[in-house]
Ligand binder design. Structure first.
Ligand code: ZN
Length: 356
């Protein structure tokens, strides 16, 4: 509206007002035609009203499906993890792999090629990135994984047999999730990124994933607030948690250093059934490096860390990646990477709980 007023100098007659109003409408229409609902990079996509179900159960998606060439695209990770698939996203070259025990589906942002176990074909649509979420063609990927789609109006049900992760199978376990630092203690600060905020974001994602598994979770903080060092292990001891996982990110004066490490307190008193803190640390370390592709800096004994020393159960500090390494910081600043980190920790916790 300001620009229109400017064109007419702000002081115009009734006739000019009418004209400027018409001009405004024309401009609005032109804007609507020239700019579709979303554009990101070279891709064009539109909002979709599709509601996605998996075996009849409605999925809650972090992002609404979109349409590309009339085909429905869905958030890859949320939807296909329901079919037991792992999603590997390579932000550097725009490739995304959807992997199950016997299928590997390879896609590329903006490309209509789809490869299933190495056999390549063309789709009439292509994957896109929507505000950082990897969106892939639902039908092509679902069918490649052996699922079928049942469509009824805007409801789409992905029907599959075997393979899906069954929600709630880990009921009865208690896990305390500790997001390191917070409040007046931001932890490491590199540029605009604080460690406390990265830790909290990964912790919240992990909380969602564990809750889905039926695990009872407790978070030492859910906001950017101060939490005492002893209150962290204190919560775990109070609720008699099976495991305590504390999420951190690392720094080093040498910016070329990168990778993941897992810290634990070496004591036989921190066991739960057959699982020791050391055993838990090994599992966390394997999952972090395996899922994120980070350098394996190993599991490290630490006797001077209150959160580990005072916990009565297997407890691990997961140092996900290095904020002082520019490549790892760039990855940490993407939601995909933080989600992958959370998934790695979820997988580690499930494996550890199964060893108790
Ligand atoms: Zn820290």
């Amino acid at each position: 509206m300001d620009r229109i007023t400017d064109i007419f100098g702000g002081d115009f007659s009734a006739v000019k007002t009418k004209r400027s109003f018409l001009l405004l409408i024309v401009l609005c229409l032109l804007t609507a035609v020239l700019y579709p609902q979303f554009t990101e990079a070279a891709s064009t996509y539109y909002k979709s009203s599709a509601v996605i179900f998996a075996n009849g159960q409605k999925l809650s998606l972090e992002r609404q499906p979109v349409n590309v060439n009339g085909r429905v695209l869905v958030p890859a990770r949320t939807v296909f993890s329901k079919l037991g698939a792992r999603i590997d996203w390579y932000s550097s070259n725009g490739k995304v792999h959807v992997v199950t025990g016997n299928k590997k589906v390879e896609l590329q942002m903006g490309s209509s090629s789809i490869s299933v176990n190495g056999l390549s074909t063309k789709m009439d649509t292509y994957p896109v990135l929507v505000s950082g979420t990897v969106m892939v063609p639902l039908r092509q990927v679902a069918e490649a994984l052996g699922a079928e789609l049942k469509v009824s109006g805007s409801n789409i049900d992905i029907v599959f047999r075997g393979g899906p992760q069954q929600d709630g199978k880990m009921q009865g376990y208690k896990v305390v999730i500790d997001a390191g630092h917070g409040g007046s203690n931001p932890g490491a600060v590199v540029g605009k990124t604080t460690e406390a905020s990265l830790n909290l974001d990964i912790a919240k994602r992990l909380n969602g994933l564990l809750t889905k598994e039926g695990i009872t979770t407790y978070m030492t903080r859910e906001k950017n607030v101060d939490v005492g060092l002893y209150d962290r292990s204190g919560l775990a001891n109070k609720v008699n948690a099976d495991l305590l996982i504390s999420i951190h990110n690392n720094t080093h004066s040498n910016t070329s250093i990168s990778g993941s490490m897992s810290l634990y307190y070496p004591s036989s008193s921190k066991t739960n059934g057959k699982l020791t803190s050391k055993g838990f640390a090994s599992i966390v370390q394997n999952k972090l490096t395996g899922t994120l592709g980070t350098k394996d800096l190993g599991i490290i004994e630490r006797t001077n860390l209150a959160v580990l020393r005072t916990a009565n159960m297997p407890a691990v500090i997961a140092e996900v990646a290095y904020m002082t390494n520019s490549k790892e910081l760039a990855k940490l600043n993407t939601s995909e990477y933080r989600q992958s980190a959370a998934q790695a920790l979820r997988d580690a916790i499930i494996e550890a709980l199964n060893k108790i």
